[in-house]
Each structure stands twice: as C-alpha cells, then as structure tokens.
Design a protein around this ligand. Structure first.
Ligand SMILES: NC(=O)c1ccc[n+]([C@@H]2O[C@H](COP(=O)([O-])OP(=O)(O)OC[C@H]3O[C@@H](n4cnc5c(N)ncnc54)[C@H](O)[C@@H]3O)[C@@H](O)[C@H]2O)c1
Length: 263
C-alpha cells in the first residue's frame, strides 16, 4: 500500500474517533440488556465479585457463582464470564514464599486463561459473549512490596489486550471484552491501605463503573479515571520527575518486609 495513503487512513481514523468521542459526550450511550444471560463470576463470595453478582441479579441475569472446577459441564454455555477472583500477599520479594507467588499467578492470571479457554469455544461459535478481566491499577503502575502481585496483574492486563486483539483479528466482533483497573478498594483485600491521591474506593462505586463498562462495551475501565492521565505522564515525564511525583503519592499498606523466605 502507498505510505501516504497509510498516513491519511490513520489520520482519518484519528479524526473520526475524536469526533465520535465528542458526540458521545452529548448523546446518551446505549446500554445492552443482560437479562437472561448466563453470567459466571469467579470469587463471588465477597467484595467486588459479590457486589457484581447483585448487580447482574438486579438485571435478571442467570448467575453461576464459581467455587468448583468442573462447572462447565454442569451449567452449559456461559455468555458473560467475569474473572474476578484474586489473591495477594503483600511482602517484599524475598519475604514472599514460593507457594504465595505461585498462588498469585494461579488465581490472578492462569485461572483467567483456563476459564476463558473453557467458555470461549461456545462464544466463538455464536460470535456472542463478553469476557471481563478484573485486573488492577497494579496492572499498569508498580508498587513496592507487591512485586509478584503487580507482575500477575500486568499479565492480566496483557491477557485482556492480547485476547481483544485476537478476537478482532478473527473477526469475532460479537465477543466483547472489558478490563477493570481500580486502585485500593475497601474490601480488606489489602490491609490498611492509604494514599495522598485520594480516598480508598468503596465497592459500590467500583462495581457501578464496572457495570457501566460492561453494559456499554468499554474495553478499559479505570477507577478513578484519572489513571489515564497518570499513564500519559509516565510516558512523557523524565524518570527523576516521576520519582518525585511517586513519593508525593505516599502509598502505604501493611506488608511483610525484611524476612527471608525459607523456600
Ligand atoms: N481490594 C482492592 O484494593 C483491589 C484493588 C484493585 C483490584 N482488586 C482486584 O479485585 C478483585 C476482587 O478483589 P476484592 O477486593 O473483592 O477481594 P475479596 O478478597 O474481598 O474477594 C475476593 C473473593 O475471591 C475469592 N477467591 C479467591 N481465590 C479464589 C479462587 N481460586 N476461586 C474462587 N474464588 C476465589 C475469595 O474467597 C473472595 O471471596 C481481585 O482480582 C483483586 O485483585 C482489588
């Protein structure tokens, strides 16, 4: 193809996308119905998963709240999969035990791959479905004493992006994807979190943003959305300035430090 045409195509797409985003500021976005959909939510016993289950129930979805492995055979074709279950060990890397590292990767990313592989074939056949990845701000920004957790959440964000790309390449535009990336939430998942960036989020506001993201087919849901600006700054600012900014945020939580894992 002609390189000039390539550039023009990119420019035209860029202008179209900005115009579309501008128009959407004034026109209410259409929300899809999830009534009657079979929704599987992992980690639905507490926190984000539990509150999300209530929101789907309010909208008359049929729910499968996951806690056993062979679930696919028993329930049939899931049309909305919410990979929410997550675990964390807050500790410096050398204090984190081998089994804790493995558990974070098993639950925070490998489980997403296994569940998606189980339910994607039916979604592909129908070119219909929605795969939701509950990741974290820790999938975009790093924090000390969460090395394994951040790594697993970066993997979850990468999984969501790569899967989205692959579905598009395969022409499966009926299968939607959404990734949720919140900062600290008041669920007890992280012990005693605090930051100068703002208050700790309540589950309700996170789930409200998540549901809006699912119903309007948003690909990436940041809570709070100002994280988008931070991502941009990270690309633009020199390292020293970023380090000063980071220090100002004063992120704190309970973590094990200074021990040496026996394994
Ligand atoms: N709480 C936060 O500060 C925060 C911030 C960003 C992202 N997240 C992410 O949000 C998700 C939900 O976190 P939360 O705060 O609601 O945590 P939570 O601990 O309140 O709830 C998680 C639920 O998942 C369940 N669970 C854990 N492992 C499981 C497994 N293997 N199979 C099935 N269920 C399992 C737990 O029993 C629990 O009921 C996690 O993926 C977490 O990483 C949490």
């Amino acid at each position: 193809m002609n390189p000039l045409l390539d550039v023009l195509l990119v420019l035209a797409t860029l202008i179209y996308s900005y115009l579309e985003a501008f128009v959407k500021l004034f026109v209410p976005v259409k929300r899809k119905s999830v009534s009657g959909e079979l929704v599987l939510i992992t980690g639905a016993g507490h926190g984000v998963g539990r509150a999300t289950a209530f929101e789907f129930a309010k909208r008359h979805s049929r729910l499968v709240l996951w806690d056993i492995n062979k679930v696919k055979k028993e329930i049939g074709d899931v049309s909305i999969l919410v990979n929410n279950a997550g675990v964390i060990t807050a500790a410096d890397l050398l204090s984190t035990q081998d089994h804790q590292v493995e558990r974070m990767f098993e639950v925070n990313i490998l489980a997403h791959i296994w569940t998606t592989r189980a339910f994607l074939p039916a979604m592909m056949n129908n070119n219909y479905g929605h795969i939701v990845t509950v990741a974290s701000a820790a999938g975009h920004f790093v924090t000390s004493f969460m090395v394994a957790y951040c790594s697993s959440k970066f993997a979850a964000v990468g999984f969501h992006k790569a899967l989205t790309e692959e579905l598009s390449t395969l022409g499966k535009d009926g299968i939607k994807t959404t990734c949720l990336c919140p900062v600290f939430i008041n669920t007890g998942f992280v012990k005693n979190p605090s930051t100068r960036l703002g208050k700790i989020l309540e589950v309700e506001e996170v789930v409200e943003a998540l549901m809006e993201g699912i119903l309007t087919n948003q690909k990436m849901v940041f809570v709070p959305s100002v994280q988008r600006v931070a991502l941009l700054l990270e690309k633009l600012f020199p390292e020293r300035a970023l380090a000063v900014l980071k220090k100002m945020t004063d992120v704190k939580f309970d973590a094990v430090t200074g021990q040496r894992s026996a394994q």
